[in-house]
Design a protein around this ligand. Structure first.
Ligand SMILES: NC(=O)c1ccc[n+]([C@@H]2O[C@H](COP(=O)([O-])OP(=O)(O)OC[C@H]3O[C@@H](n4cnc5c(N)ncnc54)[C@H](O)[C@@H]3O)[C@@H](O)[C@H]2O)c1
Length: 357
């Protein structure tokens, strides 16, 4: 009988899910992954993640894959009963705010309803097991854009010294424009917190900035750095939408996300919320990212400017990591921006040629 600790990872073929799956397997967990390749439904062939599943199966011989749809409440409960996981990591989602407007019901069913299916199944089967939910900084809506900013040569930055460390978890998620995606993620975020506060379950919401890594199937509507570097490597034109290309994002490698989750698993807390990003040191504007991509690959960046920012897009966002570091002093960012760029560029250069991307 297998006595190893068991983790259930939803969205196991996605950017974060695949990294979590690998990292949990390395740490000795028996991994059951759920993914029905819904990303290909959301984004078409460019979003297809079946190549990731192939790699997971090749790299992790006892990886167990279940291609169920987390919108299927009964199937989720049945699987939870069968697996009885010691840890649940929920990364399956419709992840694009632009896409959500065209598929509002599907977006809400996947992001909000299906999260409730998982929470309730966990409460019935394994309420003591930590439940880690990938939330997003889009739960803050466009409120970060109300903070005072200053314009520098290649980027926007916060003007008030009080914001010098970035955006912390106290920012209101209420009364701002979220996009339908942001709103469905708010519903999930609050529900995950509530299963902690109301039922005492060890739940946590990680409000991600830009999460990235070599397994990302970056597409124009989702996956900032992955898509930008893909354009550079493949000589494709990149569209910059508004804000003079000076909009700032903080980037965190999926391995650093995985290591934070492991820290939380080892010392879980109840109903926690963290802003999980690369922080100020791993923040970069689009213009700066072009320069870094060119420096890493030696190829020129082809791009054009469209004077039309995406609805609700943040002008400047980087996460204040101090709460995470105070609660989990062993955790820190290990992957710097140049290292991240190099890995992603290598990743795109070495994808199988049969891969339609
Ligand atoms: N990538 C980022 O920059 C970023 C930033 C902030 C927050 N997040 C959050 O992190 C989470 C993971 O994001 P990601 O970038 O890995 O996304 P992703 O699209 O790469 O992965 C999500 C995976 O979930 C699967 N999935 C979707 N709906 C499903 C369903 N109904 N049933 C089963 N599987 C389903 C998809 O096929 C996909 O493989 C999401 O909640 C997202 O909102 C991501």
């Amino acid at each position: 009988m297998d006595m190893r600790r068991k983790v259930l990872v939803t969205g196991s073929c996605g950017l974060i899910g695949a990294e979590i799956t690998r990292s949990a397997a390395r740490r000795g967990f028996a991994v059951t992954g759920i993914d029905n390749n819904q990303r290909a439904v959301f984004f078409g062939p460019d979003g297809d993640t079946s190549w990731v599943l192939g790699r997971l199966r090749a790299d992790i011989p006892d990886y167990r894959h279940v291609a169920l749809d987390i919108r299927d409440r009964d199937a989720v409960l049945a699987l939870m009963r069968e697996v009885k996981p010691d840890l649940i990591i929920h990364t399956a989602a419709q992840p694009s705010h632009d896409r959500a407007a065209t598929i509002p019901f599907l977006d809400f069913e996947v992001n909000a309803m299906a999260t409730l299916h998982l929470l309730e199944a966990a409460r019935q089967v394994c309420p003591e097991s930590p439940f880690i939910h990938m939330s997003t900084n889009k739960v803050y809506g466009d409120r970060p854009n109300t903070l005072a900013l200053r314009e520098l040569e290649t980027r926007w930055d916060f003007a008030d010294p009080a914001d010098a460390h970035g955006i912390n978890e106290a920012l209101s998620i209420d009364q701002s424009k979220h996009s339908l995606f942001g709103a469905s993620k708010v519903a999930a975020d609050i529900m995950v917190q509530e299963y902690g506060r109301y039922f005492g379950m060890p739940t946590c919401c990680l409000r991600g900035g830009c999460l990235t890594g070599p397994d990302h199937a970056g597409v124009e509507l989702h996956g900032f750095l992955s898509y930008l570097i893909k354009c550079n490597v493949q000589g494709r034109e990149y569209n910059v939408f508004g804000y003079k290309g000076k909009q700032v994002r903080d980037n965190i490698h999926s391995e650093d996300v995985a290591s934070f989750m492991h820290e939380f698993y080892k010392a879980p807390r109840v109903a926690e919320v963290y802003n999980l990003g690369g922080g100020k040191e791993n923040s970069i504007s689009i213009l700066e990212a072009f320069a870094m991509a060119e420096a890493v690959t030696g190829k020129p960046m082809r791009w054009r400017y469209v004077e039309d920012n995406r609805i609700g897009d943040h002008i400047c966002y980087y996460s204040d990591l101090r709460k995470m570091q105070a609660h989990y002093p062993n955790w820190r960012i290990t992957k710097t921006l140049p290292a991240i760029f190099r890995e992603i560029a290598d990743g795109w250069a070495h994808r199988p040629t049969a891969d339609p991307r």
